[in-house]
Design a protein around this ligand. Structure first.
Ligand SMILES: O=C(O)CCC(=O)C(=O)O
Length: 300
């Protein structure tokens, strides 16, 4: 394992559990950043789909073998084992995004894929919620504010939809400042945002149906606001638990839908790559009963 990653892991685990996000510096070499950007942009130019004003490949690891080396030839797996534990699993969720916009959201809102509430706020027990995205933002965000915005500690806060909460997103968010070589890890319950369009444009995006027109409008706004080119890849891993399995089932279905596939399938090369780093994909088929909780917020 690379020394700097080992050194960073103990502190990073504490920060991740307390704040909902941590950064492990210098995980990729400069040459790997260049290769990742090139492979990502080449893949998107051939197979990307317009989405939220930019271009994406959902479920990217099943579609772009050219990026599997991020799993096998970098310290990513050491970071996953260190932060999640020995029973870490790939949760069938990986996004490649280029110049997309988004709004404030949590990736997990406390419901399973059938709409049943899950008690994922409780921090008790060996198998409490531990599902994280491991992301490489492949450009320098040391100074600029266009990587990720997040509400510190909101991974432990079920109150997401109230007016007061929404106001607090504007008043009290934290900007992620990471470098192109850093690994960014965030809890799937954290309230976060990337870059949002200005309000009039946001309203226009709601009305406009054509993805091409949305892309044009957002490209012009990005140029006006001098927002740098943003390409990033996020790969989700979780502890082998009811939460990870539920996340995996929901994400497998969602990604297949966005990709226009009739069903989700784990590719042979991806399964092999994951097994070779001792991070197998989590079980998708079982129907484990979820823990119920009566007083959780509604999904969006
Ligand atoms: O645009 C970004 O940086 C954030 C993407 C996002 O919202 C997510 O990863 O769920």
């Amino acid at each position: 394992m690379v020394g700097s990653v080992v050194d960073a892991l103990a502190g990073a685990k504490f920060t991740l559990e307390r704040d909902g996000l941590c950064i492990i510096p210098d995980v990729l070499s400069p040459a790997q950043v260049t290769s990742a950007r090139e492979a990502a942009l080449t893949h998107l130019s051939q197979s990307g789909k317009p989405y939220n004003g930019g271009c994406v490949q959902q479920d990217v690891l099943n579609h772009a073998e050219s990026l599997h080396w991020l799993l096998t030839d970098t310290p990513l797996s050491d970071a996953v084992h260190g932060l999640v534990g020995d029973d870490a699993r790939y949760v069938h969720h990986a996004d490649l995004l280029h110049n997309t916009y988004t709004g404030w959201h949590k990736d997990s809102t406390g419901f399973d894929e059938a709409g049943q509430p899950m008690d994922f706020w409780s921090q008790q027990g060996e198998k409490s919620y531990r599902v994280y995205k491991f992301g490489f933002y492949l450009q320098d965000h040391a100074v600029d504010k266009t990587a990720l915005k997040y509400i510190l500690g909101s991974h432990l806060d079920p109150d997401f939809y109230g007016v007061k909460k929404r106001l607090s997103h504007f008043l009290a968010h934290t900007h992620l400042h990471c470098g192109p070589r850093d690994l960014v890890v965030f809890d799937q319950r954290i309230t976060h945002n990337g870059v949002s369009p200005w309000l009039p444009c946001k309203l226009a995006h709601r009305v406009i149906k054509s993805p091409a027109l949305k892309q044009q409008l957002w490209t012009q706004e990005r140029a006006l606001r001098q927002i740098q080119d943003r390409v990033f890849i996020q790969i989700a891993f979780g502890q082998d638990s009811v939460f990870s399995r539920s996340h995996a089932r929901a994400m497998a279905r969602r990604q297949a839908e966005i990709n226009g596939q009739s069903h989700y399938e784990l590719s042979g090369p991806l399964a092999s790559a994951l097994n070779s780093i001792d991070l197998p994909a989590c079980e998708l088929t079982e129907n484990t009963p979820v823990q119920q909780a009566s007083d959780l917020p509604r999904a969006a």
